[in-house]
Design a binder for this molecule. Structure first.
Ligand SMILES: [Zn+2]
Length: 60
């Protein structure tokens, strides 16, 4: 298993997270923008995991 630990386990995500409605990291509803966190295949279907924009900027 070489999956990075930072990537959420797809099967454990909520349907909304799997569908890209909510952020895959914090489960907030995605607004107007988001970033592609990962592209995964699950049961032969391609899915894109999305993260909200607040994860792009490091907190300081
Ligand atoms: Zn988020």
């Amino acid at each position: 298993m070489s999956a990075p630990s930072s990537q959420p386990e797809f099967a454990r995500l909520s349907p909304r997270q799997q569908m890209g409605v909510n952020c895959a990291l914090c489960d907030d509803r995605l607004g107007v923008g988001g970033l592609v966190l990962a592209k995964v295949h699950w049961r032969g279907m391609p899915f894109t995991l999305w993260a909200c924009l607040k994860h792009t900027e490091e907190e300081r």
